[in-house]
Design a protein around this ligand. Structure first.
Ligand SMILES: C[S@@+](CC[C@H](N)C(=O)[O-])C[C@H]1O[C@@H](n2cnc3c(N)ncnc32)[C@H](O)[C@@H]1O
Length: 119
């Protein structure tokens, strides 16, 4: 009788930062450190409402913006869940507040905001 042979191989799965797949609790272990980005990412995962690409885009825009503009008023237009405005506040808390403007503020925006406050 022919024996079954178990083949072992390493499967490398790329983690695309451009993915439109929603981040959820299943992704928490990808962001396990105490670094600021991972803490923000975990809050996004737990809110379970944003595509992965929006996390990376918001962080990139926030970092570039904060290199040029410190303090001052934050107005996040077409804000969706308001992630960009909130990251801008986190990166520089000398801005007193952020205004997030959208046609529709999604109900999960509040959940994301609460999670970021605890992050
Ligand atoms: C692609 S989403 C971007 C969300 C967020 N800025 C981000 O980067 O993750 C575009 C947002 O713009 C909003 N939007 C589009 N036209 C708008 C308008 N005329 N006034 C207010 N918000 C608008 C939509 O409702 C949507 O939430």
């Amino acid at each position: 009788m022919r024996r079954a042979r178990l083949e072992c191989a390493t499967l490398v799965v790329a983690f695309s930062v451009a993915s439109k797949q929603r981040l959820t609790d299943r992704d928490l272990e990808r962001f396990a450190s105490d670094a600021l980005f991972d803490r923000i990412a975990r809050a996004v995962c737990q809110a379970g409402c944003l595509p992965r690409k929006e996390l990376y885009e918001a962080l990139g825009v926030a970092q570039r913006t904060r290199r040029r503009f410190r303090s001052g008023r934050i107005v996040d237009l077409g804000a969706g869940h308001g992630l960009l405005g909130q990251i801008l506040l986190i990166l520089d808390d000398t801005s007193p507040s952020a205004v997030a403007v959208d046609r529709i503020i999604p109900p999960s925006a509040a959940k994301l905001g609460d999670g970021l406050l605890e992050a």
